[in-house]
Design a protein around this ligand. Sequence first.
Ligand SMILES: NC(=O)c1ccc[n+]([C@@H]2O[C@H](COP(=O)([O-])OP(=O)(O)OC[C@H]3O[C@@H](n4cnc5c(N)ncnc54)[C@H](O)[C@@H]3O)[C@@H](O)[C@H]2O)c1
Length: 322
Amino acid sequence: MLLLLPLGALQWPRRAAIVGAGTMGLGVAEAWLAAGVALTLNDATPESTQQAHQRLIDRVRGHIDAGLADAALLGRAEATLAQVAIADAVADADLVLEAVFDPHDVKAPVLHAIEAATTPDTIIASNTSSLPIDTLAALLSHPARLLGMHWFNPPEWTPGVELIPSRHTDPAHIARCATFLQAIGKRPVVVGSGPGFVANRIQVAMLREAMACVADGLATPAEVDEVVRACFGFRLPFFGPFQIADMAGLDVYAAVFATLERGLGERFATPELLRDMVAQGRYGTKGGQGFYSYSDAERDALLIERDKRYAALAELLAVLSR
Ligand SMILES: NC(=O)c1ccc[n+]([C@@H]2O[C@H](COP(=O)([O-])OP(=O)(O)OC[C@H]3O[C@@H](n4cnc5c(N)ncnc54)[C@H](O)[C@@H]3O)[C@@H](O)[C@H]2O)c1
């Protein structure tokens, strides 16, 4: 169920605005309304702004009907202001999320309009999924207040949010946004401003290889999806790639890289970091040193904890697929 905080429960932000009320903007809007934040929406035209407000109400109603949100959320969605001009939408906001289409030439006038209508203590967050925040910061006169706040679809349910400072961002703004996101049950991670940040760089690399598997005739798209979900994807709610590699054995991974490089080329060359670690005898949990360090007791506890989590997930999946 969506966590419902009382109206005005949070010290900050009291008022927020979302510019670009599409797939992502409306999902974030629902999360912020549930957090008791007063909200204003804006979209590209008067018609699309009104439609977005109606879609927000319908979305909330759908979640209430499905038992996923408290009925009190509907009144908050209805009370959300829909403003046709960006200047009116953002005027009183402590926090503005820009969630319009990605091309730079669409984002630029929107960011200019937001900056022109807000005071320097308003934080401007961009939801771009790939544009480096440094390049967006270059558009602003006061770039200290711009940061990336990269939500994942569907935003009201996905816990992770990447927070991305540009080289000009005031660190206090990152801290403030991290505190806010944690207060509403999210899991913010501060990452650097490269193309695609961390999540999409990894996710897009996976999709590239998934397509290559299809193009090479190894499997159909449906078969690739099943392999990803049921094999290594099964572990991902609990462990990231470094933890998984530590548990499998870094020497094992180095051998796999070597085979893939021989068969598939340089893009699978063993990363220098992995080669160095294996050369130093750092094989992961089995030797006590890998990307993380483990005493014998910690390793044993980790492996049992892993198995408990996997057993619980297997049961949940069985229930959900009945
Ligand atoms: N779709 C995803 O899974 C996803 C995930 C994470 C981040 N993002 C990022 O979120 C942003 C929005 O993506 P989306 O998927 O919600 O797109 P979308 O097409 O669903 O929504 C974009 C909205 O912006 C509006 N818009 C366009 N120009 C505007 C303007 N000048 N002023 C106000 N509104 C304007 C559009 O009318 C539309 O409603 C992009 O930066 C994208 O990279 C998307």
